[in-house]
Design a protein around this ligand. Sequence first.
Ligand SMILES: NC(=O)c1ccc[n+]([C@@H]2O[C@H](COP(=O)([O-])OP(=O)(O)OC[C@H]3O[C@@H](n4cnc5c(N)ncnc54)[C@H](O)[C@@H]3O)[C@@H](O)[C@H]2O)c1
Length: 330
Amino acid sequence: MTDWQNFHDSFFSNARVLVTGGAGFIGSHLAEALVRLNAKVVVLDDLSGGDRVNLEGFAAQAGDRLEFVEGSILDQPTLARCVAGCRYVFHQAALGSVPRSVAEPRLFNEVNTTGTLNVLEAARKAGVERVTFAASSSAYGDSETLPKIESMPPMPKSPYAATKLACEHLMRAYSASYGLDTAALRYFNIFGPRQNANSAYAAVIAAFAKALLESKNPIIFGDGTQSRDFTFVDNAVHANLLAARCAEPVRGQVVNIACGRRVDLNELAQIMAEVLGKPDLKPVYEAERAGDVKHSLADLTQARSVLGYEPIVDFRLGLAATAAWYRQAV
Ligand SMILES: NC(=O)c1ccc[n+]([C@@H]2O[C@H](COP(=O)([O-])OP(=O)(O)OC[C@H]3O[C@@H](n4cnc5c(N)ncnc54)[C@H](O)[C@@H]3O)[C@@H](O)[C@H]2O)c1
């Protein structure tokens, strides 16, 4: 829905870029925006969580400007092939579920942390200009203070959050040690079309949409007073493009990417039930999940000053677009 040319003009025209995890939710939106901006886009994804279907809507328009490689960031020769000749790497590939990371911490460390090290090594050797990294607001953990500011001490509560934090440090270290410029974008609860609603670990907006469209009551873990800074996916895409374009070195700085407004889950369930035409389907409550944080809200001062970022799609508009997509997809 966003006119990317309007925001980014011809900056990416003919630039070769790599999007790891590009067949996933956020990665596919990023790949699509880059295709629409005339970049030459390589997508590397092992399809463990993503799906080639996510590329179908723009693959035809892209023609040979979109190359899909099925492979893992744990496979170094494949990574080296994908990154050759790239100016930018948008590193989105990861395992994303907090509860699953509590069950399988070693796997998460391998894919998320070692995988990121592999991406940085490949990028450094290939002479990439900048790597942007999909960091996570989960790094803040449960500190009572709101909004979350990047200077706060991180307090990861789950193995997932710990891997994301480790990767932020790798971003900074690669910048300092090798002069490979990097940016760590701490996403806050990204939502939008193509977010997987079918996994046991589905994100809350996707899970609510699926339940409501199947005429089931949405499930809330906890009492529903927990709140999140829900952020429509185009804002995350925009932040990545701004980070790549930065005139000054970013040097691995951590930057919050969000809307700067929080909504609690009871309110979310009510709004979504209305938007999806199921106002009678009230949430049911189950036990709180291990590793979940209570509240989340971003301070965007750093995003504004480092990237010139402002959210370009607000929560309500994003939710309407997302609901419309789930209506035809579920
Ligand atoms: N969605 C959010 O709210 C959110 C919030 C904070 C951070 N993030 C981060 O953003 C990134 C994208 O998340 P998403 O929501 O689009 O999830 P997603 O699961 O849809 O996308 C991740 C993609 O990475 C791929 N992948 C996983 N392991 C891989 C490997 N070893 N090699 C290659 N590809 C691999 C998956 O197949 C998938 O397509 C992730 O790094 C995630 O941790 C997401």
